[in-house]
Structures are given as structure tokens and as C-alpha cells.
Design a protein around this ligand. Structure first.
Ligand code: 5GP
Ligand code: MG
Length: 173
């Protein structure tokens, strides 16, 4: 790595916490019809590890979203890039994302999915950056709380690169 960086959460600690989340989710969703919806691209590595720590049957689907404009109030301007065509009402949905920052993405996705009348709807985020919230929102499952710095690695990008960095890092300048 040529840029100066600091490790915030190393790979071993990530793996341990992700395993714990998977075990908890397996207990909580025992006997339910679990559908994980992973928000691309940032959550692809977290999702890959999390679902392998889940020991009950799980359907896995992916969604890509983007925010256009700056909404201070709600997430009316969240764009779902590809509609999922699923019998949502048959499933207990768990939305999985990499990080919650302003929470505009998650709030918008929850609004979209709740209108599909799933059996239940919860969220799991690896990282929570509560200092920058624009809407009141707390995920049901949270891996770690992080400070208000730009996080990179374990799926999170810096420009087009660094998603493959094993640790959660941040650049020092
Ligand atoms: P939101 O502000 O809507 O909660 O977050 C939207 C998305 O922005 C996150 O899912 C994530 O993909 C991206 N994001 C937010 N904070 C960071 C960060 O610190 N680093 C990186 N790489 N992406 C972030
Ligand atoms: Mg994301």
C-alpha cells in the first residue's frame, strides 16, 4: 500500500464479529423464511462472509441503489437501479449493507421494501457512523461503530480501488 493508512479494524477482528452476527441471525431466524438482500457494491465482501456464518437456509439477492440530489428530509430521491421481481410477502427480509452514514440509503430501501409487504423487515450493517445521520435510524444488527472518517477496505472503496483490502482502514491524508 503506497498511501499512508491506519488499520481501524483488522481482518481477524472483522471475521470474529461477522461470525457472531451470523450465529445470532441463525438463532433469530430459525424456522423463518430468510431472504438476505445485499446492497451492492460495498457490502459484497461482508455479505459473502456473513452468509457463510449463517447455518439456516437463506436466499440471497442483491440490489444496487444510488442517491441523486441532496435530500435532508427523507429518501424520496433514492434510485433503485434494478427492480427485484420476487414474492416479497413470503419472506423475512434482512437487508445487509456495508456502512450506515447519513442513513438516507437504508431509509429509502426500507421504504421501498416495506411497500412490498414482507413477513418481516430488518437490517444488518457492518459499520455504523452515527455522527452523520440525516434521519433517525438504527440498524437491528450492527458489527462495529466507527468514527467520522472515510472508511476503506473489506468491500468499501476509495475511488475505483481498495475494495480488496483485507482490513478496515482509513487514509491519513
Ligand atoms: P448513507 O449515507 O446513505 O448512509 O450511505 C450510503 C453509502 O455510502 C454506504 O452504503 C456506503 O456504500 C457509502 N459510504 C458511506 N460512508 C462511507 C465511507 O466512510 N467509506 C466508503 N468507502 N463508503 C461510504
Ligand atoms: Mg453501500
Amino acid at each position: 500500500m503506497d498511501k499512508k493508512s491506519e488499520i481501524l479494524i483488522d481482518h481477524k477482528k472483522l471475521q470474529k464479529r461477522v461470525d457472531e452476527l451470523g450465529e445470532q441471525i441463525s438463532k433469530d431466524y430459525e424456522g423463518k423464511n430468510l431472504l438476505v438482500i445485499s446492497l451492492l457494491k460495498g457490502s459484497f465482501i461482508f455479505t459473502a462472509d456473513l452468509v457463510r456464518s449463517i447455518s439456516i437456509p437463506v436466499r440471497i439477492e442483491f440490489m444496487t441503489t444510488s442517491i441523486y440530489g441532496e435530500s435532508e428530509v427523507d429518501s424520496g430521491n433514492l434510485k433503485i437501479n434494478e427492480e427485484l421481481d420476487l414474492p416479497f410477502e413470503e419472506y423475512d427480509i434482512l437487508v445487509v449493507d456495508d456502512i450506515t452514514d447519513t442513513a438516507l440509503t437504508m431509509t429509502g430501501v426500507l421504504k421501498y421494501l416495506s411497500e412490498k409487504n414482507p413477513k418481516s423487515l430488518k437490517t444488518c450493517v457492518l459499520l455504523d457512523k452515527p455522527s452523520r445521520r440525516k434521519t433517525e435510524y438504527v440498524a437491528d444488527y450492527i458489527g462495529f461503530e466507527v468514527p467520522n472518517v472515510f472508511i476503506v477496505g473489506y468491500g468499501l472503496n476509495y475511488g475505483f480501488h481498495y475494495r480488496n483490502e483485507k482490513n478496515i482502514i482509513h487514509f491519513l491524508d
